[in-house]
Design a protein around this ligand. Structure first.
Ligand code: ZN
Length: 198
């Protein structure tokens, strides 16, 4: 990208390192940013920086939040004895949008994938097992229906079974390989209500 000045090239390069941003989109965004008022650019960059610096894992469920405990874990009206295990914070948001789930969550931040070299130690699994020391009635496994999601579900159920805590899996109404985030609320609710004990 020698035809752009060094600063422009650098901006394009940084933007294209983001997921889903190819070199064309990166160039479009870069020139858009260069045409924005400086105050607006300052607001944008400080939002990115502040979010990155302040957002951390909830001490209980490991979702991303900006406090020690996320609002769901802090809420005493939620059923803290029912834990839904999801792959990431976006999946949690998808279930929250249904407004029907009253339990709490556990966010794994990934799924087991032998192909990608992601093992049980690479996701928040031991943190989940630790939580089971508390008073827990049921663990609902809501990982995606992809190969990785299913592998993770199997692994978790094998770990929990000996504890005597009820383990269930959301119904497979969710399309195979489907990203929970893109599934409508009705389908999510049906998957949750139709869960089966493992
Ligand atoms: Zn939490």
């Amino acid at each position: 990208m020698d035809y752009y000045s060094r600063q422009i090239s650098r901006l394009i390069e940084e933007l294209s390192s983001l997921p889903g941003i190819g070199s064309k989109s990166a160039q479009r965004l870069a020139f858009h940013i260069l045409n924005m008022p400086v105050e607006h650019v300052e607001k944008l960059s400080s939002a990115i920086l502040e979010a990155r610096k302040k957002v951390r894992y909830c001490q209980s469920c490991y979702t991303l939040t900006d406090d020690e405990l996320c609002p769901i874990c802090k809420n005493t009206k939620r059923d803290h004895k029912t834990i839904m295990v999801v792959e990431d914070t976006r999946d949690l948001a998808a279930y929250e949008k249904t407004n029907k789930y009253e339990g709490v969550y556990h966010v794994l931040h990934g799924a087991i994938s032998p192909m990608l070299g992601i093992g049980p130690g690479d996701i928040k699994l031991k943190e989940l097992i630790q939580r089971l020391q508390e008073d827990v009635d049921e663990v609902i496994i809501a990982t995606n229906s992809s190969l990785e999601g299913e592998t993770t579900a199997m692994y978790i159920s094998k770990l929990i079974k000996p504890t005597g805590i009820k383990v269930s899996r959301i119904a497979s109404g969710v399309p195979v390989g489907g990203d929970l985030e893109y599934i409508d609320e009705m389908t999510l609710l049906r998957a949750l209500e139709g869960r089966t004990e493992l």
